[in-house]
Design a binder for this molecule. Structure first.
Ligand code: AMP
Ligand code: TRP
Length: 336
């Protein structure tokens, strides 16, 4: 039997090149090898305020970009989190399994809450819902970027704790993180990850950026001192980030890219980098636009939610039974 993977992407803005290289491109690469469940995690997105109209369109566009990147509805299951009732239900149970101390140690929470006057309770318990997402599908592995490693480790701890209290009920998943490309950095600050919530749009390339925007952002990207195109993540982190992007977008190894620019300056490298990024993103954008225009994502998400409900409701039942929670009413509220 094929092993299972589960992963989620927040519809909290237009996806970036970091999301694409760190997560979605890999989702596509592994959809043959694994039985894959991919989820647009809208409940996670509302941990910070989202205007309804833009949330609605972001959910559609996130799904359309994922399909546009090459996810195939014949091969994998794609769905929206809020369409499947088991997520919040197991989410609550995971909140009761996690401790306050554990949740307080999550670096993403610390980063996102820092300096904010008001932070939702959901932003704090976010990793418990993420654990529920994964555990509901008996996932063997979770393909994510480096920034999500701590959350997946917490998910493992919660599953192990649950099993030690209630018997062997939950599958303990492994993170699946690539060696390179799992942490694409901001074009303006190589010590910050590329993020769609960056207030400065020059820091990220969005999947919806035009050719001109992409070229402009790459031209303006910070580089390190020196003139040589050399890969040195410690001493030259900004350039190393650009070389990593080049390598992933072109399919050439880091060594090949460095060798190709021996004796050439940053300007030529950046000009070619803009071309390879545009070449990688243009087909994804064209398919995204077509999918949004014809609305075909709707049927994919509907069928995805049906399939996800089938799997997740069975796991939720197992959990409730082990804990002594009521089984008289099933998760849909239908008498059994
Ligand atoms: P998010 O947009 O936070 O929902 O992230 C969706 C996926 O993209 C997760 O697996 C993240 O780890 C991954 N991701 C987000 N930003 C980056 C980045 N800058 N580099 C690599 N992966 C990323
Ligand atoms: N927290 C993840 C992120 O910000 C999104 C996410 C939610 C997720 N649920 C998940 C990722 C389950 C993997 C598995 O990127």
């Amino acid at each position: 039997m094929r092993k299972r993977v589960f992963s989620g992407v927040q519809p909290s803005g237009i996806l970036t090149l970091g999301n694409y290289l760190g997560a979605i491109k890999r989702f596509v690469e592994i959809q043959d090898e694994f039985e894959a469940f991919y989820c647009v995690v809208d409940y996670h997105a509302i941990t910070v305020p989202q205007p309804p109209e833009s949330l609605r369109s972001q959910i559609a566009r996130t799904a359309a970009f994922m399909l546009g990147a090459g996810l195939d509805p014949e091969k994998m299951t794609l769905f929206v989190q809020s369409d499947v009732p088991a997520h919040t239900q197991l989410g609550w149970i995971m909140e009761c399994t996690a401790t306050f101390g554990e949740l307080s140690r999550m670096t993403q929470f610390k980063d996102k809450s820092q300096g904010k006057e008001s932070v939702s309770g959901g932003l704090f318990t976010y990793p418990a819902l993420m654990a529920a997402d994964i555990l509901l599908y008996d996932a063997d592995a979770v393909p994510v970027g480096e920034d999500q490693k701590q959350h997946v480790e917490l998910c493992r701890d919660l599953a192990e704790r649950f099993n030690s209290r209630f018997g062997s009920v939950l599958k303990v998943p492994e993170p699946l993180i690539a060696e390179t490309g799992a942490r694409i950095m901001s074009l303006q600050d190589p010590h910050k990850k590329m993020s769609k919530s960056d207030p400065n749009p020059s820091g990220y390339i969005s999947l919806a950026d035009s050719k001109d925007d992409i070229a402009k952002k790459i031209r303006r990207a910070v580089t390190d001192s020196g003139r040589e195109v050399a890969y040195d993540p410690e001493e030259k982190p900004a350039l190393a980030n650009l070389i990593t992007i080049f390598s992933h977008c072109s399919g050439r190894s880091i060594d090949e890219v460095v060798a190709a620019y021996e004796g050439k300056g940053y300007a030529e490298f950046k000009k070619d980098l803009a071309e390879v990024v545009v070449e990688a993103l243009t087909p994804v954008q064209a398919r995204h636009d077509a999918i949004v225009a014809d609305g075909s994502y709707v049927e994919v998400l509907r069928e995805g939610a049906r399939r996800a409900h089938e799997v997740s409701s069975t796991v939720l039942r197992r959990v409730k039974e082990a804990m002594g929670l009521s089984l008289f009413i099933d998760p849909e509220g239908v008498r059994i």
